[in-house]
Design a binder for this molecule. Structure first.
Ligand SMILES: *Cc1c(COP(=O)(O)O)cnc(C)c1O
Length: 427
């Protein structure tokens, strides 16, 4: 047994599946997950001393790459100052002021420690603010692992949901409604039946947790309008798209203003930070000012606050978003041309610095019923081939890839050549 296998055997004895989050497990890949010991820029180093180009990037937080020198300096300085106060401090204030001035739709906010907490809390505020109990979410969007959101479409009736996890009771999801993405009709039907009971519609404005499913601008606009018409709130879950597709996330890209918005991932610069915010009248309901209870021992942890602020200010100064979009255009064009030139059964969907490699389809995939049928099998062989060549893609057919500031054109052209070579070998 090599060192990696040894670690995995030990890990399986102490944690379910040997992991602390399921998608890390290489499930269905017929191979032990790679254990990494260090990271820098766009590279990971395994315990076997093999170097990989990282396209998983911890599933999104590392906009500047691993251990950006400026972020590292700020983090080390903070660690030498304090780790946590559980009391008032200026570090979260600085990030909060920066956010509310850069993101005018965030009038007030509250920091938490994960995206899951952010969405869970936003829903609580929405229910309190409307005096209603139902939530509408979409099949194919992920909002963390709060009970009420672990649902999939049920059978038949408009919006009916069933649990997607054991341990979630029917009671916990009784007030959750589900609709397919990309269908105005389905949403109209749900509102026709439940309109006066819906507290909020929650959506990833760029769904990127189960494939990459860009939504039509007019569809998102329609959601804004139907919410307003029925007195429901619109919540944008920008945990993945926030600070990723633009500084102002999908709100900036679409110009559509939600009532509440959730952030995470990039916001903590690689540390556990989440945030919910939006209309001041809604946020003022939160304790201690109002009756909505929400708290956290490590909320607004100063190390995460510093890492986040330095990351965001640096990205803004570099105008990184424009640059990454251009790099992605060149990377994806090389891939597309290569797939086409050799009639390889792959295609790539991109949005800013996100990409998703999938089987070819006739048109843009916008909802989960349009997934290519053999996606899992096709991705598996590509994934393993890439892994052997030193490319670390997220180990799942439905997870997206991420570029960071550290992914230069040179790195990307090399990676594209390797991906194409793997695809050709498979063909
Ligand atoms: C990652 C993610 C979450 C969950 O965030 P955690 O920090 O993993 O709890 C929620 N919503 C979206 C859109 C995400 O991408």
């Amino acid at each position: 047994m090599n060192e990696n296998e040894n670690l995995f055997e030990r890990a399986k004895k102490v944690a379910p599946g040997g992991v602390h989050s399921p998608v890390r497990s290489f499930k269905g890949m017929d191979r032990a997950p790679v254990f990494f010991k260090s990271a820098k820029g766009c590279e990971l180093v395994s315990v076997e001393n093999k170097t990989y180009i990282d396209f998983c990037m911890s599933f999104g937080p590392l906009l500047l790459g691993h251990r950006d020198p400026e972020v590292e300096e700020a983090v080390l300085e903070m660690i030498g100052t304090a780790w946590t106060f559980g009391a008032c401090e200026p570090y979260s204030l600085e990030l909060a002021e920066w956010m509310t001035s850069e993101l005018p739709w965030v009038e007030k906010l509250r920091f938490v420690s994960s995206g899951t907490e952010a969405v869970m809390s936003a829903l609580r505020v929405a229910r309190a603010g409307t005096g209603r109990k139902r939530i509408l979410k979409f099949d194919g969007c992920y909002h963390g692992h709060a009970d009420a959101l672990l649902v999939k479409a049920g059978s038949g009736l408009a919006g009916e949901a069933s649990t997607s996890s054991a341990g979630v009771s029917e009671d916990a999801i009784r007030n959750t409604l589900v609709a397919p993405l990309d269908s105005e009709e389905a949403v109209k039907e749900v509102f026709a039946q439940h309109g006066s009971e819906i507290a909020a519609v929650v959506i990833e404005p760029l769904p990127a947790n189960y494939g990459l499913l860009p939504q039509r601008q007019e569809y998102l606009k329609f959601l804004r309008e139907i919410c307003t018409k029925h007195g429901a709130l619109l919540i944008f879950d920008e945990v993945i798209s926030g600070f990723r597709v633009a500084l102002g996330g999908m709100v900036e890209v679409t110009g559509i203003r939600p009532d509440l918005v959730c952030y995470g991932k990039i916001l903590g610069g690689g540390f556990p930070v989440g945030c919910y915010g939006g209309r001041a009248d809604l946020m003022d309901q939160v304790a201690p000012l109002g009756p909505v209870y929400q708290a956290g021992t490590l909320s607004a942890n100063p190390v995460g606050m510093r890492a986040g602020l330095v990351t965001l200010k640096k990205a803004k100064k570099m105008n990184l978003w424009k640059d990454l979009e251009a790099r992605m255009a060149r990377f994806s064009e090389t891939l597309r041309q290569g797939f086409k030139a050799h009639s390889l059964p792959y295609d790539v969907t991109t949005s800013s610095s996100l990409f998703w490699i999938h089987g070819p389809t006739q048109k843009m995939i916008r909802s989960i019923d349009q997934f290519p049928v053999d996606q899992a099998a096709k991705f598996k062989s590509l994934f393993l081939g890439c892994l052997d060549k030193g490319l670390y893609l997220a180990p799942n057919a439905y997870e997206v890839g991420f570029l960071s500031a550290a992914h230069t054109d040179q790195v990307l052209q090399h990676a594209a050549r390797e991906i194409l070579e793997v695809a050709r070998e498979l063909a």
